[in-house]
Every structure is written in structure tokens, then in C-alpha cells.
Design a protein around this ligand. Structure first.
Ligand code: 0X9
Ligand code: ZN
Ligand code: ZN
Length: 304
């Protein structure tokens, strides 16, 4: 049975997404963005009041399989949207002027594998040529300095970049969707855990992004909002200097493809529980993150 304050398995998340779309026809619709290597559907929710020429913000969760707090946040975001529309002014205004594409779980095969077999799995579940090791790191598989730094060309490694950019059906589906909707998508938020950071391009080079100063001030404002709720400490900055150089990430790829407001969130915590964040932290983590996401969305609404 589904709960916003528990970790839900993939079947439960898929049943939830079908249900919340059916119950909120004027606000939420569900489509299938693609299919995984093992043939599972990858569902995408579109959340917003219908209108013409709306700008959009794309938010994905469940890139890395073991980062369970992230699908929980995506579910929380949709719940808050449907409960707030027509009730709370700020979220209502955001949903009137923006569409949010919410991808609750990108790496569906990996997520299932963390529930059935290995809680600490990170990568996809596609086989590799001439290796018995399985999987590619989806966040090393995008065409942004692909496999040049902070990524491995060895199939057994956790940061394996894959045989080629977009070699994985999951990353190919995401990249195709953004390319097809590049005219409307103004923001790209990819949700990871853990380490309490808000990152923006670049991570494949120390070069300063053209929009560095604006992205830095948006990140500062978002982190200040987040911290205001429970005093959770976040650091922020360009990925390369703030966390590490790592090429092939979706944030850098989206930015270079034309999505100016591209950010990676690294949610709680800083390592006490790590990926095994207790379920009691789903609500506070989601509520503080929501403040930061709404801050960024407001900036996009007013500036993109
Ligand atoms: O290494 C990653 O993919 C992310 N950290 S995680 O611990 N969730 O794996 C950080 C990604 C930052 N952005 C890029 N490297 N492009
Ligand atoms: Zn991650
Ligand atoms: Zn709330």
C-alpha cells in the first residue's frame, strides 16, 4: 500500500502515478517516456494547469538506484502540487504559469534490483560486452565531455560511462524527451542523494559556465530557503569545484543543450545513514527540498 512517508516499491509507485493522474484530470497527466533495458515502462507525469505556450521545468528522481529518498521526493512534490492548487497562492501561481514534468524513477531496473537483490546497487541493469559485470552509470552516460574525467571505461566500476553516450535506453529516452521539448523546457532539476549540495554546471570541466553568476545566486537563494525550515546545512556551487569533476552527467548535458536553469540536488544526509536514510526523514527532507525547488521555479517563472 502506498504511503508518502514510506519508501514505495516500483509497482506501488506506478500504481500511485496512474491513480493520481486519474484523480486529478485537470492538473496531472501520465505518459510513458520510454522503456528500460529489462522492458519496464518509464512513466512521466505532467503537472500543471493547461494553458498555451507554457514554460516547463523537468524534474527527475531515481537516477541512481539506491538513492531511495529521491523517488520519495518526486512523489511528495506531486502530492503537494495537487493539494496546493487553488488553496495556496504561491504553488497555484507556479502551476498556472509552468508545467512540471516529474519523472519519479528513471532507473527502474536498478530500483527494482535494490528492492529484490542488492540495496546498494547504483547503475542500470544492462549487460556489458566481454564482461560479466552488469550496468552503466546513467549519470556518466550523457554526451557532455563523455568519459573524459571522473568516469570509468571499465564495465565493473560504479562510474562506468557505458559503451557510448546514451547507450542506455533510460538515458536515451530522457535525452530524446528533452530534445523534443527544448522549446518549452527552461529548467532541469535532477535529484540525487546524498551530501546536501546544490550543484550547477560545469562538472566535466573547471571552465565557468556562461550563466555562472546567475546560477550561483539562484542556488544561494534556494539553499537559504531550504535551510530556513530545519537548519539543514547545504553547500552549493559549480559541480567540478563543489563535489568533483565527473563527465557525462545529465545536468551538464541539459545545460549545453540549452536548458539554462540546470541543477543537481544532493539530498540528505551527509553520511550518517547515507543512502539508507530512515523513513522518518522522508517528510522533513521533502518539505525543505520543496522550498528550494519552488524558489528555483519562481525564478524561472519570472526570468526565463
Ligand atoms: O556523481 C554523481 O553522479 C552525483 N553524485 S552521486 O553521489 N548521487 O552519484 C553528482 C553529479 C554532479 N553532476 C555531474 N557530475 N555532472
Ligand atoms: Zn546519484
Ligand atoms: Zn507540505
Amino acid at each position: 500500500v502506498h504511503s508518502y512517508e514510506k519508501y514505495n516499491d516500483l509497482d506501488t509507485i506506478n500504481a500511485w502515478s496512474a491513480n493520481i493522474a486519474a484523480q486529478n484530470p485537470g492538473l496531472v497527466s501520465r505518459s510513458q517516456m520510454g522503456s528500460s533495458y529489462e522492458g519496464r515502462p518509464i512513466y512521466l507525469l505532467k503537472v500543471g494547469k493547461s494553458g498555451v505556450n507554457k514554460k516547463a521545468v523537468f524534474i527527475d528522481c531515481g537516477f541512481h538506484a539506491r538513492e531511495w529518498i529521491t523517488p520519495a521526493f518526486c512523489q511528495w512534490f506531486v502530492k503537494e502540487a495537487v493539494n496546493s492548487y487553488g488553496v495556496e497562492a504561491e504553488f497555484t501561481s507556479l502551476l498556472d504559469s509552468l508545467d512540471f514534468y516529474i519523472l519519479p524513477v528513471l532507473n527502474v531496473d536498478g530500483y527494482v534490483y535494490t528492492w529484490t537483490t542488492n540495496r546498494m546497487w547504483r547503475k542500470t541493469r544492462s549487460p556489458n560486452a566481454n564482461s560479466s559485470c552488469v550496468g552503466t552509470d546513467p549519470n556518466r552516460n550523457f554526451n557532455a565531455g563523455w568519459c573524459t574525467v571522473g568516469a570509468s571505461s571499465r564495465a565493473c566500476d560504479e562510474t562506468y560511462c557505458g559503451a557510448a553516450p546514451e547507450s542506455e535506453p533510460e538515458t536515451k529516452a530522457l535525452a530524446n524527451f528533452i530534445r523534443q521539448n527544448i522549446g518549452s523546457i527552461k529548467g532541469y532539476l535532477t535529484i540525487h542523494s546524498y551530501s546536501q549540495m546544490l550543484l550547477f554546471p560545469y562538472s566535466y570541466t573547471y571552465s565557468i559556465a556562461k550563466d555562472h553568476n546567475e546560477l550561483n545566486s539562484v542556488a544561494q537563494g534556494a539553499v537559504n530557503k531550504l535551510t530556513s525550515l530545519y537548519r539543514t546545512k547545504y553547500t552549493y556551487g559549480a559541480g567540478g569545484t563543489t563535489i568533483y569533476l565527473a563527465a557525462g552527467g545529465s545536468d551538464d548535458w541539459a545545460y549545453d543543450t540549452g536548458v539554462k536553469y540546470s541543477f543537481t540536488f544532493e539530498l540528505r544526509d551527509t553520511g550518517r545513514y547515507g543512502f539508507a536514510l530512515p523513513e522518518t526523514q522522508i517528510k522533513p527532507t521533502s518539505e525543505e527540498t520543496l522550498l528550494a525547488v519552488k524558489y528555483i521555479a519562481n525564478h524561472i517563472k519570472n526570468n526565463a
